[in-house]
Write a protein that binds this ligand. Structure first.
Ligand SMILES: [Zn+2]
Length: 294
């Protein structure tokens, strides 16, 4: 009695009766019989099968059913071909499209598909789109100084100056086997620095004793940090007062820069007065309106 396993037929189906359950998709070069382990009906293939004319090194879109051996090729120019290969898996026949050669990553990001150059459309599909260029942000380099008080900083700087001065004084005292003439003033300066450091600390203690300072609340500018919300009248007044300040500066420069007052001084001063008066009027009218409308 012979047991026939229905799931494993003795001979593979022909492409006509096959349902192509799991086709392999990828890209292919023109010569495809040189790949590792190419199997034909006669065994391992040794000859190169050349498919069609050379199309300028473009990759061929390939579809292969390993069950029946049907190979469908879509050429870059739109032509479609079908070939029948020996049924069974053909490892290495089709290549997975890649923007770089996975076997030779060290050579760089060459555009290679099966050793061929890829067209622009394929590269666009393979490579992620370039990130949109954001605004040029200049990062502020923040110097991370420890949060010490002014007194401590003064002491640190004075003691550092003392250290440098002492080192310098030591070198000057010995470097040519006789004491240099600048040694005296240098030592006096070093002593002054050290005395100042001590004095700063003593004065700080005295000040803290007689004028104890409670910790300050954060300022309004810190707690309510946002854009100022101004009504139109205030905005107009700020703009006018800005004009007044600019005009005053200009008038001051004009009044003295040639040691004689130019003719432009008079209309400028009139303009400044008009701006100032307008600012006052705007604010007074605004305040009066708010007073009576409330
Ligand atoms: Zn098939």
């Amino acid at each position: 009695m012979t047991v026939v396993d229905a799931r494993a037929p003795a001979s593979p189906p022909t492409p006509e009766e096959c349902e192509h359950p799991a086709p392999v998709r990828g890209v292919m070069a023109h010569e495809f019989a040189t790949y590792q382990g190419a199997m034909g009906p006669e065994g391992k293939r040794r000859t190169v099968t050349h498919y069609g004319p050379v199309l300028g090194g473009l990759p061929i879109e390939a579809w292969h059913c390993e069950l029946c051996g049907l190979l469908r090729l879509t050429f870059p120019d739109g032509r479609v071909e079908e070939r029948r290969l020996f049924p069974g898996p053909q490892p290495g026949l089709l290549a997975v499209p890649s923007a770089y050669d996975p076997d030779a990553v060290g050579y760089g990001m060459q555009a290679r598909v099966s050793g061929l150059s890829a067209p622009a459309e394929l590269m666009a599909a393979l490579l992620p789109p370039p990130a949109p260029a954001g605004p040029n942000v200049i990062e502020r380099v923040a110097a991370a100084l420890p949060p010490l008080g002014a007194v401590t900083w003064a002491t640190v700087i004075l003691l550092a100056a003392t250290c440098i001065g002492l080192l310098l004084a030591g070198y000057l005292a010995v470097y040519d086997y006789q004491t240099s003439s600048v040694e005296g003033p240098l030592v006096i300066a070093v002593g002054c620095c050290f005395a100042a450091a001590v004095g700063v600390q003593i004065l700080s203690v005295v000040q803290r004793h007689y004028f104890p300072m409670p910790p300050l609340r954060p300022s309004v500018a810190v707690t309510m940090r946002e854009r100022p919300r101004l009504d139109p009248a205030t905005r107009i007044m700020v703009a006018l007062m800005g004009l007044v300040a600019t005009g005053l500066l200009l008038a001051g420069i004009l009044a003295v820069y040639t040691y004689s007052t130019p003719a432009a001084e008079h209309p400028l001063v009139i303009g400044i007065i008009v701006c100032f008066g307008a600012a006052m009027v705007v604010k007074i009218v605004d305040a009066t309106t708010r007073h009576f409308l409330r």
